[in-house]
Design a binder for this molecule. Structure first.
Ligand code: ZN
Length: 358
């Protein structure tokens, strides 16, 4: 990939984004080459604060769990993106890995992960191998450092041990060495395979590239790896929901349901304070479009009045986030508090009921 971004002349969205990903008729976004890989396009500035809030509530760091989940998901995504013969040549030290590494950091910039600069790579196929890179303005340092680790592992087909230090605020140096992961995290955290279900939802398409027309209000700063919502100024990222869900599942398995409540409560607060522009959606149809543009699922049913909100979202991604967002949107729009009931059915339908309390 070149330094310049190849963008659609109509909507301004990088062709990589709309070419390598599909916005399906059921409110899901998937990788075009492997439709079992689901992604969401979401506001990301609240991800680190949610992690910090969880840590404050439970009283210990969760970074190791976050990194493991993200690394595994990225490894799966990149494995499908890179042709097998390229990986084989790099593994045999027959091909310089740096050009490939640079094109992968371009992918990360398209995804809004910030700027990644590869400083030094040693690839002789022995235990002395290493990779050193700097990260600038990652949306989450643990998740982006883990992304780099997952990408290297996908290409090399073996595990790396990763650590990072902060150089100055917003800049980090990541070092990876050729070593297996600590034994205690192996075999835990299995991701649920993604199953597609048809939905009958059609997003308006851009006539230039065929991607969703709604993406035109986002701006890609390719040099810095920053995607911005031009209307509300929020930073966005394209990310697999599975890694965040696995993090929450893992924490819940260890700590019980209080983790879900913390995640929902954090999202409710962000949203009630105006974080998500979803609260600006004027109609159920617009709301449905906004959720589908984010790949969060297919809004089948919603009913809202001053006393009550009920909704059903099919194949919901990140249900804890959606629940918290919905509660925040409802409370913000009506300026009332609410009680919450929700469940995810066996078919991955998210059902939410909110009742206003004052
Ligand atoms: Zn376009």
């Amino acid at each position: 990939m070149a330094e310049e971004m190849d963008t659609c002349h109509v909507c301004g969205v990088p062709r990589f984004i709309t070419g390598e990903h599909l916005w399906l008729d059921n409110g899901d976004i998937v990788q075009a080459r492997d439709q079992a890989n689901r992604l969401v396009f979401m506001e990301c500035e609240n991800i680190e604060p949610v992690f910090r809030l969880i840590e404050r509530t439970i009283g210990f760091p969760i970074e190791r769990i976050v990194i493991t989940a993200m690394r595994r998901a990225v490894r799966s995504y990149i494995t499908h993106l890179i042709p097998q013969e390229v990986k084989e040549k790099i593994r045999k030290s027959e091909l310089d890995p740096v050009p490939l590494a640079r094109s992968l950091t371009d992918v990360a910039r398209y995804f809004g992960y910030g700027r990644i600069e590869i400083l030094d790579v040693r690839n002789q196929g022995d235990p002395e191998d290493y990779l050193i890179a700097d990260l600038y303005r990652p949306f989450s340092v643990s998740m982006v450092a883990a992304t780099l680790q997952g990408a290297v592992e996908a290409v090399m087909g073996s595990e790396r041990r990763m650590s990072y230090i902060q150089l100055f605020p917003g800049a980090y140096r990541v070092t990876m060495v050729n070593a297996p992961h600590p034994e205690e995290l192996k075999g835990r955290m299995l991701m649920q395979p993604y199953l597609h279900r048809d939905g009958g939802l059609e997003l308006e398409r851009c006539e230039g590239c065929g991607g969703p027309a709604g993406l035109s209000k986002y701006r890609w700063d390719f040099q810095e790896g920053i995607i911005t919502d031009t209307v509300f100024g929020r930073r966005m990222t394209l990310i697999g929901p599975a890694e965040l869900e696995v993090v929450f599942d893992e924490l819940e398995a260890e700590l019980g349901e209080s983790v879900s409540r913390v995640v929902i409560e954090a999202q409710r607060r962000f949203t009630r304070n105006g974080f998500f522009n979803l609260s600006e959606a004027a109609s159920a149809e617009e709301f449905r479009t906004q959720l589908a543009l984010r790949g969060m699922g297919n809004l089948e049913d919603i009913s809202v009045d001053r006393n009550r909100l009920t909704m059903k979202l099919r194949n919901a991604a990140l249900p804890l986030f959606v629940v918290g967002i919905m509660q925040g949107v409802y409370e913000r729009v009506l300026d009332r508090d609410s009680t919450l009931e929700w469940e995810v059915t066996r078919d991955s339908d998210l059902i939410i009921e909110l009742r206003a309390t004052r």
